[in-house]
Design a protein around this ligand. Structure first.
Ligand code: GDP
Ligand code: MG
Length: 142
């Protein structure tokens, strides 16, 4: 087992519905520790850069509009195998395909408004953490 860090966003649809605490409780119940967190209103340029891998796809502009439609919470989660475990905790991208008891199955509204983001690999986690946090903003707790 490896202690990893992964990057998470509570997306605007969930912040608007006052689900920050409920979703943070899911992280903590799963044994993932929050080691950095802040609320941000993303700019269009920030959202486009964050989701650069999806540039050119049919849903890209809608995704950027959604991610800039209200504040988000960004956080770094730490724990054993945190990257894969957090992806499992979130559930599949489309909430209709997400397993029962996952965050997306329980809270997502649709494929676009799906409440949370999580890094999909160690390379993504490193890039995404660095996109929003300086090294001295992380407070390792293990
Ligand atoms: P994730 O890693 O599970 O978040 O999924 P992706 O990296 O594939 O997509 C990024 C985000 O774009 C998703 O979480 C959705 O909010 C959105 N998205 C992905 N696919 C679609 C799609 O086909 N249509 C729409 N409207 N949004 C999508
Ligand atoms: Mg992704």
């Amino acid at each position: 087992m490896t202690i990893e860090k992964t990057f998470s966003i509570v997306k605007p649809d969930a912040v608007k519905r006052n689900l920050i605490g409920t979703i943070y409780q899911r992280f903590e119940n799963a044994g993932l520790k929050i080691v950095a967190a802040k609320m941000l209103q993303l700019t269009k340029v920030q959202a486009q850069g964050f989701y650069a891998e999806h540039e050119g796809k049919p849903f890209f502009d809608e995704l950027v509009d959604f991610m800039t439609s209200g504040p988000v919470m960004v956080q770094v989660l730490e724990g054993e195998d945190a990257i894969v475990r957090y992806r499992e905790l979130m559930g599949k991208t489309n909430p209709q395909e997400a397993a029962c008891g996952t965050i997306r199955a329980d809270f997502a509204i649709s494929l676009r408004y799906n409440s949370v983001h999580g890094s999909d690999s160690p390379v993504s986690a490193e890039r995404e953490i660095g996109y929003f946090f300086a090294a001295d903003e992380l407070c390792p707790r293990s």
